[in-house]
Write a protein that binds this ligand. Structure first.
Ligand code: KG4
Ligand code: ZN
Length: 346
């Protein structure tokens, strides 16, 4: 059975994993760089690229060692080729190219977003195409109709900030440090979501898209007013974000015919409040709700290896050329019409 080595380095996680065709994660390691970026309150691209280049080779060796394998036991090498911080993407992709060349194994250049999009199928063999996917991470907030491997139709995206970005900025405003999403979620548990009135941008709007910039600004004003407990601001922010996500996803579901499930993926899918809200929404439409286990929601290499497996399993599989370029931007649905204000999001 085919074994794919996956490599991920598009943001601040250096990761390698071995995944087989029966969804077994044979070995995986993730080296977080949180400590390196914490003093700056966010990911510093140059620091990330250097850290990836220091860690990647020993990490790949360690994963092979954990599995008791060598490159000779691997059938293909999959690496994130974008979108992401270009210095880091180049480190992972160049490493994969070198390994592919040295071992004469096929290279599979994976779109990081495709890794997230297909991760539910790694976790659960029952997830069948087509499904409606809410992809919520630090850089992206999209609703996609996943028709098949390589077939993605974007139904909605953010016109300004991504959802994870809104969590991270809220954390920064509240002085919760980095990374922000889990810290906001923890603090929100102690707060009253009704104590601070916050806007819900685009709620009920006829257009399908998301917007979080106005919510983030309102969080800043609430903090500056100096009259609210931080926990109340965190809880109110999380509730407002949830209401927006539910409203926009409900709109997409109402217009979707024939989908088999509502699936959430990406780092923000680790948020329990968002997960349970979406679970209720799926039930409203009589659909199963699928969310990968937490460790598969945030950036990891198992999802990249799995995307490689999905590509290998296609009848028309062809390896990517060794001169394929790393891409800072790489939309999953190149046909999607641009939206107002969204020039900076893939
Ligand atoms: O998918 P991911 O690991 O990296 C990207 O591709 O962006 O997502 C990271 C994002 C960050 O913005 C982080 O704050 C957010 O996911 N995140 C969360 C939680 N865990 C991670 N947001 C809210 N609640 C969480 N528990
Ligand atoms: Zn990601």
């Amino acid at each position: 059975m085919a074994v794919v080595l996956g490599i991920e380095s598009s943001c601040d996680e250096t990761a390698a994993a071995l995944v087989d065709g029966e969804r077994r994660i044979i070995a995986q390691r993730i080296a977080s760089q949180d400590d390196a970026h914490r003093p700056y309150g966010g990911v510093v691209p140059e620091i990330a690229a250097r850290a990836h280049s220091e860690r990647i080779a020993p990490l790949v060796a360690a994963v092979l060692d954990d599995a008791g394998m060598t490159l000779a036991d691997v059938d293909a090498i999959a690496a994130t080729a974008g979108p992401g911080l270009i210095g880091g993407v180049m480190v992972g992709l160049v490493t994969a190219k070198a390994l592919a060349m040295a071992s004469d194994k096929p290279l599979i250049a994976v779109n990081h977003l495709e890794g997230h999009a297909l991760s539910p199928r790694l976790a659960d063999a029952a997830v069948q195409f087509p499904y409606l996917l809410l992809l919520v991470s630090g850089g992206h907030c999209q609703v996609l109709r996943v028709e098949g491997v390589g077939q993605y139709r974007r139904l909605a995206t953010t016109i300004d900030d991504a959802l994870g970005e809104a969590f991270d900025k809220t954390a920064k405003i509240l002085g919760l440090g980095f990374p922000g999403g889990p810290a906001v979620e923890r603090l929100a548990r102690e707060g009253n979501p009704k104590a601070v009135p916050l806007p819900r941008p685009l709620l009920g709007s006829a257009e399908p898209h998301f917007s979080f910039a106005g919510l983030k600004s309102a969080v800043l004003r609430a903090k500056q007013a100096g009259v609210h407990a931080d926990a109340d601001i965190a809880a109110a922010f999380q509730k407002a974000a949830l209401d927006c996500v539910m409203d926009r996803t409900r709109r997409a579901l109402a217009g979707s015919v024939g989908v088999t499930a509502l699936v959430v993926a990406g780092g923000v899918a680790a948020n329990q409040t968002i997960r349970s809200g979406l679970e209720g929404l799926a039930a409203e439409f009589g659909l199963p709700f699928v969310a990968p286990p937490l460790a598969l929601c945030t950036d990891n290499a198992a999802m990249i290896a799995w995307a490689g497996q999905e590509r290998l399993a296609l009848g028309n599989f062809a390896p990517d050329p060794l001169d394929i370029a790393a891409r800072p931007r790489w939309p999953l649905d190149p046909e999607a019409a641009p939206v107002r204000g969204a020039g900076v999001k893939a």
